[in-house]
Design a protein around this ligand. Structure first.
Ligand SMILES: Nc1nc2c(ncn2[C@@H]2O[C@H](COP(=O)(O)OP(=O)(O)OP(=O)(O)O)[C@@H](O)[C@H]2O)c(=O)[nH]1
Length: 310
């Protein structure tokens, strides 16, 4: 029996995991691929972005797949996915995912379904635009890099060579053995498929830092109307310091549907297909206090009825 090639994609919130995965999948026509998509919140934005008839997709939301709260569901999803006649399975972890216990999860899967997977490694994405600001504050970033088998520096188009070299040094300080490659808007040299990424492993399996207690609060917002882009922008800029990440779809007056991404100080838009309602997901840095900030900023810049959910 041919084993299924299994990759875990990790990397902090907004580092470009979905963008990279979308690009990899677009180049795999005719190959049977499975995706396990993990989001911290209840609602999956990335699942909608990746959805495609050829892909066998499972979504695990409301936490990290490495946390005890979802670990069993994750093992179960891996086991079920192994029965679908797939050649590749990609797991896109949530941006808060700490994969320190990946080995345990693979062991548990083996106990359930045998050696059906050929684990090819954890690929960790490093957001060159935000990395130096985030490093030091976020233990998750440290763990993701420590436990990776390939580091992919993303958003290299937004920074200069000097910064890229500095980031490479920082990555090597945390993980001196993982190969490092670069990616721009999801484009990546595919030679990593032929590499034995598991040849050198830096870190031993350890307890993940993901738990129900460390999970950041997430909120989602629904809005049935449309607003001008400058109002949306003013609202997002106001709450940006209090969120790790905001993303979703929005109907913008005179422009139509836009995919909205907020990562650090960077706000990105891309045209998007029509949806029933505008929807944004927020990952809070300040716990439930974000509810008040969202409401105040929305009232200040928009002032129309919206629904905020947790
Ligand atoms: N300029 C530039 N933007 C990028 C690149 N890669 C990703 N982005 C943008 O960064 C934002 C976040 O990208 P995603 O692919 O959604 O990131 P993610 O890691 O899946 O996000 P989470 O699942 O929320 O952690 C989007 O607006 C992307 O278009 C890149 O190489 N260059």
């Amino acid at each position: 029996m041919n084993q299924i090639k299994l990759y875990f994609l990790t990397g902090f919130l907004g580092s470009g995991k979905t963008t990279l995965l979308k690009n990899l999948l677009e180049n795999m026509e005719g190959t049977k691929v499975g995706v396990i998509q993990n989001e911290l919140g209840k609602i999956s934005i990335d699942g909608t972005v990746l959805q495609n008839d050829d892909i066998h997709m499972v979504e695990l939301n409301r936490g990290s797949i490495f946390c005890s709260c979802l670990r069993l569901s994750f093992v179960d999803a891996l086991a079920k996915m192994s029965q679908q006649g797939l050649e590749y399975v990609f797991v896109e972890s949530s941006g808060f995912g700490d994969p320190s216990n990946a080995e345990e999860i693979l062991e548990a899967t083996k106990v359930l379904v045998g050696e059906v997977y050929d684990f090819r490694g954890c690929i960790c994405l490093v957001d060159c635009y935000n990395f130096l600001d985030q490093l030091g504050d976020e233990i998750t970033i440290d763990r993701q890099l420590k436990h990776c088998n390939l580091a992919v520096l993303t958003k290299v188009d937004l920074v200069d060579r000097e910064q890229i070299e500095l980031i490479k040094e920082k990555v090597q300080e945390i993980n001196p053995v993982c190969p490092i490659t670069e990616s721009e808007n999801g484009n990546i040299n595919r030679s990593f498929y032929d590499m034995d990424l598991m040849k050198y492993q830096w870190a031993e399996c350890e307890e993940t830092t993901n738990s129900a207690e460390t999970k950041p609060k997430t909120f989602s917002m629904n809005f049935a109307g449309e607003i001008e882009k400058d109002k949306l922008e003013a609202f997002l800029e106001k709450i940006e310091p209090s969120v790790y990440r905001a993303k979703g779809f929005f109907k913008v007056k005179n422009e139509g549907w836009e995919k909205v991404d907020v990562v650090g100080k960077k706000l990105d838009y891309a045209p998007y297909e029509e949806q029933e309602q505008s929807e944004l997901v927020f990952i809070s840095k300040i716990g439930i206090a974000l509810i008040r900030e969202i409401k105040e900023a929305w009232d200040e810049y928009v002032g129309l009825p919206m629904k905020l959910n947790n």
